[in-house]
Ligand binder design. Structure first.
Ligand SMILES: Nc1ncnc2c1ncn2[C@@H]1O[C@H](COP(=O)(O)OP(=O)(O)OP(=O)(O)O)[C@@H](O)[C@H]1O
Length: 381
């Protein structure tokens, strides 16, 4: 229509713009956004879980840094590990450290896919609110919690399984199956340049068919190119390689050492070093030499008393029972060799275990049938 004003063509004179009303309009819009709790969009990670789809069922366990729940997610049977940041009492620096460790765990875990590694489903980095109250009603997720969702494994830990079979012991076939599962899982991690650093039977879970799955990547790391970039006492006493205990540089071979201890534990269905104290174990597994025991491994008063104490180190290893087939005993000894370079690669361990003959039965002699004087006689490392 002739004479009509086309708004597109409209020109504004700067001195005629009502900035005050524009400001008010902007503020009104922003208030609307905040009041509706609309979060600013950020890139969503591929592994980010939709928290509204988690249906918690019950608490499985209280871990060091949080609680593990059994749950369903997208119709999958899952375990959800929720970090509680030290029950809310942690200092800010501690919370930041825990958050960093958690991020590290997710960064390592989400890329892994192997039948002997607990399957990662997803995680939440505490970026969105959780409005979930567990079924028992007593506990609730902290809002903005960090959680990791993994496949649910109904068989419990390998440690629990071994304890259940402590008297009866395991058939050699079962020993080899469990050991092969663990060695294949570790071999896979090592080919991906991941060092688990806390291999122990408590961190190994069993599925319904007794398959072993490596879990707990809380301290796992991508292997450093330069070994001296990896130091620090990480792991669990009794499973820790001498170089780790000594605070020396280490690499994936520390997992091979821990595997050797696990292999002994699986064969014997027993605990390594049950009667030794913390200080005795840490000083005994390291090579014979006079050295200064000056590292603070855990904040234990007992340990602090021993600071800077001079101790003889004895290269101690668990005693291999005489009934153990030499093929298996050799694998244990090679794996827990004091020198990391003498320990085999995990892929070699897989081959050695595959070659163990299980057709003639064998296995650790049950406690009530053991000729008590010989079976556990020490043979040395
Ligand atoms: N995927 C799973 N399926 C079934 N149970 C699980 C699963 N993951 C963990 N659990 C149970 O929860 C317990 C604690 O889990 P986890 O080791 O991951 O927690 P944590 O806080 O790292 O504990 P810690 O540091 O003390 O080892 C395990 O011992 C196991 O009983």
């Amino acid at each position: 229509m002739k004479g009509a004003i086309n708004t597109k063509d409209m020109m504004y004179r700067a001195d005629k713009i009502d900035l005050k009303s524009l400001d008010m309009l902007l503020e009104k819009h922003l208030n609307l956004v905040w009041s509706k709790n609309i979060e600013i969009q950020r890139p969503v990670e591929a592994w980010e879980v939709d928290l509204s789809k988690i249906d918690l069922r019950y608490v499985i366990a209280h871990g060091t840094y949080g609680t593990v729940y059994r749950a369903t997610y997208d119709n999958k049977d899952v375990a959800v590990k929720v970090l509680d940041w030290g029950g809310g009492n942690a200092a800010p620096a501690e919370t930041t450290a825990m958050q960093a460790a958690f991020k590290q765990e997710v960064a390592v875990w989400h890329k892994l896919d192997h039948p002997n590694v607990t399957k990662f489903v997803g995680a939440s980095m505490g970026t969105s609110n959780l409005m979930i109250t567990p079924a028992d009603g007593h506990d609730s997720f902290p809002s903005r919690a960090c959680c990791v969702v993994v496949e649910y494994l109904p068989g419990g830990t390998l440690k629990q399984y071994l304890i259940r079979n402590r008297r009866k012991k395991l058939a050699l076939k079962v020993v080899i199956q469990l050991a092969l599962d663990l060695s294949r899982g570790l071999s896979y991690l090592h080919t991906r340049k991941i060092v688990h650093r806390d291999v122990k039977t408590e961190n190994l879970l069993l599925d319904a068919h007794r398959n072993v799955k490596i879990a707990d990547f809380g301290v796992a790391r991508v292997e450093a190119w330069n070994p001296s970039d990896m130091t620090g006492e990480t792991g669990t006493l009794g499973y820790m390689a001498p170089e780790v205990l000594n605070g020396k540089p280490y690499n994936r071979k520390c997992d091979v050492y821990s595997f050797g201890i696990c292999l002994w534990e699986i064969y014997c269905c027993d605990m390594p070093f049950p009667d030794l104290s913390f200080v005795q174990v840490s000083s005994a597994v390291v090579q014979e030499s006079l050295c200064m025991c000056s590292l603070l491994y855990v904040p234990s008063p007992l340990w602090e008393l021993k600071l800077d104490m001079v101790v003889y180190r004895q290269n101690l290893r668990p005693a291999i029972p005489r009934c153990c087939p030499s093929s298996l005993a050799n694998i244990m000894r090679k794996c827990w060799d004091a020198k990391p370079k003498n320990r085999p690669e995990m892929e070699d361990v897989v081959r050695m275990l595959e070659a163990v003959n299980t057709s003639k039965g064998g296995g650790m002699i049950p406690e009530d049938k053991a000729p008590s004087c010989f079976c556990l006689a020490p043979r040395g490392p």
